[in-house]
Design a protein around this ligand. Structure first.
Ligand SMILES: [Zn+2]
Ligand SMILES: [Zn+2]
Length: 438
């Protein structure tokens, strides 16, 4: 008999899923609650539960943030870029414990799209999806009696989301030959339905115009949001403007760039992925911010120049954080009237929201005129419905990673599927309090 348990499914972030068969127990994600969450990170009884493996969908803290707490005997599965991004974070924060775990090849297993592996009697297949993290996966788990699909975080309006429904149909459903019994689907946007959804492609067009009008741009963006960094990078490059960032950000970007090169070489690139054009992540001209550094004459550079002279001459897109130390960076170029773009979720700036970040707000107030350009990392209500209709679960649909699960019933999903939506109690919900009966 297969059993599915979800912890903290009724909030965005910190959601944990445990799937058990008669022989194996597999956990999907073990992350932290988002800032301002009402509930504490749930305690997990590793002794009693005896988990055989933890699968991480992607590198966002609300999915992987608690990996250090997992007992040493439990193997961890994650994408290569997830491992690299987490390693870079651990190096820069001097987190030796995290580094030790991430560098342990006997413990960390790198997954690849459409490549199945087994944990005892559970067969697991990851599928690459579009999200505001570079390598985010859906997981298909096949136990001896049930097939379960866990979507993780996903969307369709980034650079690699166009073929999501086709991917589900072709690889997950195998054109109807494979049925999915239980669907666990993220529903972040169910509580943000009024948020305007702006695609990376539309933002790219607007960004190209932005760099035509303003050659000096400071960009406030997450250092691991590969898609938005790629959007600004490409828009700047089209205007012959280079990108600069803290060495830490440059290192994160180098992981996306390497993965892009690797991806292009592979023979069956699109297998088990939601598709898209990987060239967007080429990030060839990204430099560590060092304005005083002298760049020797080479190629188009006729004489030795400092990085600052080049920036003033050509323009720049400098990636920053909304934090105190970056005021100096902006001050240095104040005379050029640079534009500051905020490309993160606006909830952080709203004093009425529980995730409100006072420091960000103070920084942006100090900047004065700020432009807001941001694409959500999550699926629109319309796409959630399309995914449900495409997966056609035979038994149940569990909304997870959402504050407004009930809204799912109001989406345009087929009538016979609507009746399969299930909810649980406040803190944890699963199938019939944890069981999918045969
Ligand atoms: Zn999340
Ligand atoms: Zn995420």
């Amino acid at each position: 008999m297969t059993d599915v348990k979800v912890y903290n499914g009724n909030q965005i972030g910190g959601c944990i899923t445990v799937v058990s068969s008669s022989k194996a127990k597999v956990m999907i994600d073990f992350g932290e609650n988002l800032p301002g969450a009402e509930a504490a990170d749930p305690a997990f009884d590793w002794e009693a539960e005896r988990v055989d493996a933890v699968l991480f969908t992607h590198y966002h803290g609300d999915h992987i943030g608690r990996f250090r707490e997992i007992p040493r005997s439990v193997p961890l599965y994650m994408g290569r870029v997830t491992r690299q991004v987490m390693t870079t974070i651990a190096e820069y924060t001097k987190d030796t414990k995290a580094l030790q775990i991430l560098q342990d090849d006997t413990r960390v297993h790198e997954i690849k799209a459409a490549e199945s592996f087994a944990v005892k009697d559970i067969r697991i297949t990851p599928y690459l999806v579009d999200h505001s993290a570079f390598d985010a996966y859906m997981y298909l788990l096949e136990t001896p009696d049930k097939t379960i699909l866990h979507t993780g975080d996903f969307r369709g309006h980034g650079h690699r989301g166009k073929s999501l429904i086709e991917m589900i149909d072709k690889y997950i459903r195998r054109r109807g030959k494979r049925k999915v019994d239980v669907l666990l689907i993220e529903g972040t946007m169910l509580s943000r339905l009024t948020e305007k959804v702006y695609s990376e492609a539309d933002m790219l067009k607007d960004c190209i115009r932005l760099f035509q009008e303003h050659r000096y741009v400071f960009l406030i963006c997450s250092s691991t949001n590969a898609d938005t960094l790629a959007t600004f990078y490409q828009a700047a490059a089209k205007n012959r403007i280079k990108m600069y960032a803290h060495p830490y950000v440059c290192e994160q970007i180098s992981h996306f760039r390497e993965a892009e090169a690797e991806y292009r070489k592979s023979a069956d690139k699109n297998r088990g992925t939601a598709g898209g054009d990987h060239r967007i992540y080429d990030f060839k001209y990204v430099y560590p911010y060092a304005p005083g550094k002298v760049i020797p004459a080479y190629g188009n550079l006729k004489k030795d120049m400092t990085q600052e002279e080049i920036m003033r001459d050509e323009g720049f897109c400098i990636v920053i954080k909304a934090e105190e130390p970056y005021r100096k960076w902006i001050d240095r170029f104040k005379d050029l009237n640079p534009v500051v773009v905020y490309s993160m979720w606006e909830g952080y700036l709203n004093p009425g929201h529980k995730a409100y970040n006072e420091k960000y707000k103070a920084f942006l107030d100090w900047c004065g005129h700020v432009q807001y350009m941001h694409t959500s990392g999550h699926a629109t209500a319309g796409l959630l419905a399309e995914v449900i209709n495409a997966v056609k679960p035979t038994e149940s649909i569990y909304p997870i990673h959402t504050e407004n699960a009930k809204e799912l019933e109001r989406l345009h999903i087929k009538e016979e599927l609507r009746g399969k939506i299930r909810y649980g109690e406040k803190q944890s919900w699963g199938c019939e309090k944890g069981n999918v009966k045969k």
